[in-house]
Write a protein that binds this ligand. Structure first.
Ligand SMILES: Cc1cc2nc3c(=O)[nH]c(=O)nc-3n(C[C@H](O)[C@H](O)[C@H](O)COP(=O)(O)OP(=O)(O)OC[C@H]3O[C@@H](n4cnc5c(N)ncnc54)[C@H](O)[C@@H]3O)c2cc1C
Length: 508
């Protein structure tokens, strides 16, 4: 079939359907006879169905796929996410004393005459406002349970940067509908095995009902089972467990009591003795789960911690256990097989990087896949970019843990210099003398920007030497922060409550 290309995606979770829809749209599959995209999934196996938090890049992806924001919000029971509130990450709570910091999606406000970060660093650490409160209005807007926009504003745009919380299974169904409309062929069948041909290329896949299927490019979206890249091709797995210790999650759903109760527009990430708990407010319920290190506590203790947090031990007892090894395949594109989603790798749920990595991989495959000639022409480039992305995310996630002053063994192990990647250690050394800058990063392989690092560093109490002579410029700082407070007050007056915004969108 000279000049024709066929792409076979195995797996119908978020990775499979998002990749299918993205490729179909980008390559205009519905209007081409020289290209086909087929997705095969096994309804018997099902999808992992967790992962209720996204990153702002999801807006660009949904918009690219011509999905209407309101339709998306209604179909997936979505709410808005303006960032993450980290509870008790810096210190072990004692005598009921808790603390928290906020990581907003919005960059620090731009001040034409001074760097807000420098002004903040020069202030007295004992009396200055928390970093996120000082440099952005989003902290205040989120704290006051306001939404990031008004219901009548255009889809996907707002004065403040945002993402969503959503029902993960409903998102996969929505993406499936969109992919089919964009020309993707959908087959329900179970993969039994693969036949390898020359140079380790996949020659064909064997399915329970359809028999043998062939393609030019096979996309492994089979989740943690990694049927192609792992079981068939046996590409080595790079574990990052020496840096990121969590390897288990318990996930459950908590019914929402009062339907009029205030709805947080941020994920709560509450640290516990050997990991952390996510608490996500969806339209109709709460998604709550605990991530922990099995080297530090056992499953029974993890269920107790989750039960105490929810106040409903019976829900924690029934919570679904998911085991994972944090890491990624050494090469994610091998010959005519490319892995996307959890088949390619998974680090941990912190900061919701699962879907971001799927978006990055789908966009790269779409642009790098040659229309003719060897399908693996761009494999090395893809692998270099994806590996760098994974490694950079490891650094960012580790930053959350390695600055903690908590006293439990899990946290002490996390600050052990031997558990900190060299690249992160180097950056921390630099940031003792000056704050993170955009020049610390190469944009194409980054998920997080310099200001994301600033929010975590200064939220955790990291000390950067004050700039200049070290003399605080109290007047300018006070004026700048007062202006931001004033803008924050105005935004709180102007924006609807998050609960009301969700109601208007669902009823509108
Ligand atoms: C505890 C936890 C929390 C997470 N939280 C977040 C988060 O907040 N934000 C975020 O972005 N990401 C998060 N993630 C990651 C996110 O869940 C995944 O990236 C996302 O759901 C994509 O999963 P997937 O499509 O790769 O795999 P799956 O959803 O598992 O899909 C695998 C598909 O492959 C099919 N399949 C498997 N074997 C076969 C076979 N033999 N034959 C045919 N079909 C087969 C299955 O039927 C299914 O359709 C989280 C992950 C975990 C484990």
């Amino acid at each position: 079939m000279e000049g024709k290309r066929s792409i076979l995606i195995v797996g119908g979770g978020t990775a499979g359907w998002l990749t299918a829809a993205y490729l179909a749209k980008f390559l205009d599959v519905a209007n081409r006879s020289d290209l086909s995209v087929t997705l095969v999934e096994s309804p018997d196996i099902g999808i992992v169905g967790v992962g209720e938090g996204a990153f702002p890049t999801i807006r660009t992806t949904l918009q690219f796929l011509d999905i209407d924001e309101r339709d998306f919000i209604r179909a997936t029971g979505a709410t808005f996410k303006q960032g993450v509130r980290f509870d008790d990450w810096a210190r072990t709570p004692t005598a009921g004393r808790h603390d928290h910091y906020f990581h907003p999606f919005e960059a620090p406000l731009y001040a034409p005459d001074a760097s807000l970060v420098s002004l903040w660093l020069a202030e007295n650490p004992a009396t200055r406002p928390p970093f996120a409160e000082a440099v952005t209005i989003q902290h205040r807007v989120a704290e006051e349970r306001r939404g990031p926009k008004r219901a009548e504003e255009d889809g996907f745009s707002a004065p403040l940067n945002y993402a969503y919380h959503f029902d993960a299974a409903a998102l996969a169904r929505l993406l499936a509908d969109r992919a089919r409309a964009l020309g993707v062929t959908h087959v329900e069948d179970r993969l039994l095995g693969a036949t390898l041909g020359d140079r380790g290329m996949i020659a064909g896949l064997e399915f329970e009902c359809s028999g043998t299927m062939t393609a030019d490019l096979f996309v492994d979206c089979t989740g943690l089972r990694a049927e192609l890249i792992g079981k068939a091709i046996d590409e080595p797995f790079v574990s990052v467990r020496r840096f990121l210790f969590t390897d288990r999650a318990l996930a459950c759903r908590v019914p929402r009591g009062d339907p009029d109760a205030p709805l947080p527009s941020y994920t709560i990430a509450a640290a516990h003795e050997a990991g952390w708990i996510w608490d996500i407010g969806l339209r109709d319920l709460r998604g709550v789960g605990s991530v922990y290190s099995s080297n530090h506590i056992d499953e029974a203790r993890a269920r107790d911690i989750l039960g105490d947090y929810i106040g409903r031990p019976e829900l924690a007892a029934d919570a679904r256990l998911i085991s994972f090894d944090p890491g990624y395949r050494r090469r994610q594109w091998v010959g005519n097989c490319v892995a996307v989603g959890m088949a390619a790798g998974f680090l941990e749920p912190l900061e919701s990087t699962g879907i971001v990595l799927i978006e990055a991989a789908a966009a790269m495959i779409a642009e790098l896949l040659p229309p003719s000639g060897p399908v693996d022409a761009s494999a090395d480039r893809f692998n270099a970019l994806m590996t760098a992305r994974f490694d950079n995310i490891v650094n960012f996630l580790k930053l959350h843990y390695c600055l903690s002053r908590r006293d439990e063994p899990f946290w002490r192990d996390n600050v052990d210099p031997g558990s900190i990647p060299d690249a992160l250690r180097d950056m921390l050394d630099r940031w003792r003398c000056r704050p993170p800058s955009r020049f610390d990063f190469t944009l194409d392989v980054e998920t997080f920007a310099y200001f994301n690092y600033q929010y975590i560093l200064y939220g955790m109490g990291f000390r950067t030497d004050p700039p200049g002579s070290g003399m605080p410029d109290t007047g300018r700082a006070a004026t700048a922060f007062a202006r931001i407070r004033h803008f924050g007050d105005q935004a709180v007056d102007d924006l609807p409550s998050h609960r009301e915004l969700i109601r208007q969108i669902n009823e509108g």
